[in-house]
Write a protein that binds this ligand. Structure first.
Ligand code: TXA
Ligand code: MG
Length: 310
């Protein structure tokens, strides 16, 4: 993707005036605003129809800037070195003198932070002197956006500006690890948790379905395309869309491929666009063939399970 300087300038103009805009990231598009400004952050919550108790992720370019806002530790350093920039979000202790708007964290003492890898967003971040709070660019509980046109579909002309960065390379939200005390995975996502475990060389709890919800992304109805989704299906109903990860010999017009040779990274990248497409074609339900529960397949299955609670 080529960097268009004049688009970045436009984006910055809106951000400097405390408007929120859509920005591309390698995971999914974000609905971004100045994380130091309560006006901007308030606009994000309103536009997304997000409950105020659900905190936002803040996006940084430089480690030196993060140090002003959060307390870092050894586990963080190891993971940062290996995986940043990339699809990994850290929950860290917030510093008392941080300038992050209290609305970002809902007045809590921890902050979720991420170093995005998309070159256009990195360029943008290099030209502003505040980090960006950005949840996924979708209406709360709906499908995340992986292209500029998805954002348009979600928000219409309610959004001031969409910075187009092409299709998101990873296509599924970041993995969230809490490092406030013992490392805990709070959300499966674009980074395989096995890689985190191998880097930290210790046991890591995966708490993605707690009895008490700590993160709304953990809630059952989430990532929903708005129609029923059935998983591990070998025979779809007659009028049902059938999503597949391996090419069939015989084709049918209700077959939709997210990968042709069981490549789970490619499947993750195509998942949300495919769910969106199927819904827009007017299908009333979706069947998906069994996805192996390994690597990004685990993250895909997590999203499908939540989407299937419809
Ligand atoms: O890939 C991503 O992470 C994308 C891109 C735009 O960066 N962002 C994203 O944001 O998925 P969002 O807001 O849709 O999901 C962030 C999740 C939410 O479930 C939220 O509850 C959780 O992160 N979260 C935020 N702050 C937290 C905190 N202090 N402790 C625990 N969870 C937190
Ligand atoms: Mg989201």
């Amino acid at each position: 993707m080529k960097i268009n300087q004049s688009n970045i300038k436009k984006a910055i103009k809106y951000l400097n005036k405390n408007y929120c805009i859509a920005v591309p990231t390698e995971t999914v598009y974000g609905l971004a605003g100045n994380a130091y400004s309560s006006t901007a952050v308030n606009r994000i919550f309103r536009l997304k129809k997000r409950p105020k108790f659900n905190p936002l992720i803040v996006h940084y370019l430089r480690l030196s800037d993060l140090k002003k806002d959060c307390v870092l530790n050894n586990d963080f350093n190891k993971l940062y070195k290996k995986f940043c920039p990339g699809p990994l979000t850290f929950v860290l202790k917030l510093k008392k003198n941080s300038k992050i708007s209290k609305l970002v964290t809902n007045h809590k003492s921890t902050l979720a932070v991420r170093f995005p890898k998309h070159i256009i967003l990195k360029k943008l971040l290099s030209k502003i002197n505040y980090p960006l709070a950005a949840p996924s660019a979708n209406i709360s509980s709906k499908l995340s956006s992986v292209e500029a046109k998805d954002v348009k579909e979600e928000f219409g002309n309610k959004i001031s500006y969409i910075l187009d960065g092409g299709k998101s390379k990873i296509g599924i939200e970041s993995t969230i690890v809490s490092l406030v005390s013992k490392p805990k995975i709070l959300r499966l996502g674009g980074l395989d948790t096995l890689k985190i475990k191998n880097t930290l060389r210790k046991k890591i709890k995966i708490i993605i379905n707690p009895s008490k919800l700590t993160v709304p992304g953990q809630s059952k109805l989430h990532y929903s395309p708005g129609i029923p989704v059935r998983m591990s299906i070998t025979r779809p109903y007659k009028n049902e869309a059938y999503i597949l990860i391996k090419k069939r010999k015989i084709n049918s017009k209700n077959y939709f491929y997210i990968s042709k040779n069981k490549n789970l990274n490619i499947a993750a990248k195509n998942l949300y666009s495919c769910l969106r497409k199927v819904k827009n074609k007017g299908y009333k339900s979706i069947a998906i063939e069994k996805i192996p529960n390994k690597g990004l397949g685990r993250s895909i299955n997590d999203r499908l399970k939540r989407a299937s609670q419809f």
